[in-house]
Design a protein around this ligand. Structure first.
Ligand code: NDP
Length: 295
């Protein structure tokens, strides 16, 4: 493989160690950051995410609070829980695990979270602060991508970046972060004409589409840096039966053959998301208590 592997797992361990240091520094001021995660329903993937978030939170020296509601919970019940967590001084970060059951309006729930505790960075106030270049809590997945890029490339200034995907949780905040780091940013989506040609111009490609192995090596400019956000479960005929495997939005082998560097799936962006969630919780706690905000 001529492309260089970007090891998100190893880098995320370094980020989590830095967060743990910052958290132990806060102890002298009597502050223990707390993260509350709310899970509605029994979605198996969400249960796995919530469990691993709780484990990592405790490992970083923070308090973890887990709240579960049945899949039949009403919007009023969930909003009441969010209000209770907004008022709880031990809770500095609130994350409501998405997706929510169809009877609940996700936007209303996200909008009810205190923006100062919105460690997912999805509240419109945080989106607006990010867009206007002010201190915000930034969505964890794009923040993780940015940290990986800076670690690998150093100064991103002047780079041509193409973000494929324009969701509120990945594509749009990713574009804002790259713009803040002085990249020239193109946001592509399902209506983009000649996506391959658009991607081929890029020094930096961020794929956040949700389509297995859509980006192929012939789309990638030689030497470009490819960040694959996609997490797609596909059948794994090599293992037979009902077995599956995880793939990204990029066809790893063909992209790695031409890219200067690329993130694998799994082991690339995924582990950075949780590390950034912990970092955001430490930042929220520091701000709440007037302490120095960790880097
Ligand atoms: P969404 O479904 O919300 O958004 C997908 C975006 O891709 C949309 O903007 C859509 O365009 C665009 N798109 C879809 N098809 C095409 C196409 N053929 N060509 C160009 N653009 C297309 O997904 P998310 O942003 O929530 O997630 C994207 C991926 O990232 C998923 O695989 C998800 O699992 C993964 N993910 C990974 C995380 C991690 O921790 N690593 C965290 C969050 C997500 P349009 O707007 O026009 O419909």
């Amino acid at each position: 493989m001529s492309g260089k592997l970007i090891d998100g797992k190893a880098f995320s361990e370094r980020v989590r160690a830095r967060v743990a240091d910052a958290v132990s520094g806060m102890a002298s001021a009597g502050v223990v950051p707390g993260l509350a995660v709310v899970l509605v329903g029994e979605d198996p993937a969400s249960q796995v995410y919530v469990r691993s978030k709780g484990k990592r939170t405790v490992e970083a020296g923070m308090r973890s609070f887990e709240h579960r509601l049945p899949a039949t919970a009403s919007q009023a019940e969930l909003l009441a829980m969010v209000e209770q967590l907004n008022a709880d001084p031990q809770v500095h970060g609130i994350l409501v695990q998405l997706p929510l059951p169809s009877q609940i309006d996700s936007a209303a729930v996200i909008g009810a979270i205190d923006p100062a505790k919105d460690v997912d960075g999805f509240h419109p106030v945080n989106a607006g602060l990010l867009a206007t270049g002010q201190d915000a809590l930034v969505p964890c997945t794009p923040l993780g991508c940015l940290l990986l890029l800076r670690d690998h490339l150093g100064d991103l200034s002047g780079a041509d970046a193409v973000v494929i995907g324009r969701s509120n949780i990945v594509g749009k905040p990713m574009a804002q972060l790259l713009l803040r780091d002085s990249c020239t940013v193109t946001v592509a989506h399902s209506r983009t004409r000649d996506l391959a040609a658009t991607v081929r111009r890029a020094d930096i490609v961020i794929a956040a589409v949700g389509r297995p192995e859509m980006v192929t090596g012939d789309w990638v400019r030689p030497g470009a840096t490819v960040i694959d956000v996609g997490i797609n479960r596909v059948p794994n005929p090599a293992k037979g039966g009902d077995s599956t495997r995880l793939v990204g939005d990029c066809d790893f082998d063909s992209c790695a053959a031409v890219a200067g560097a690329i993130t694998p799936v799994p082991g690339g962006v995924g582990p950075m998301t949780i590390a950034c969630l912990l970092a955001n919780t430490a930042v929220a706690a520091a701000r709440a208590h007037g302490l120095d905000v960790p880097e």
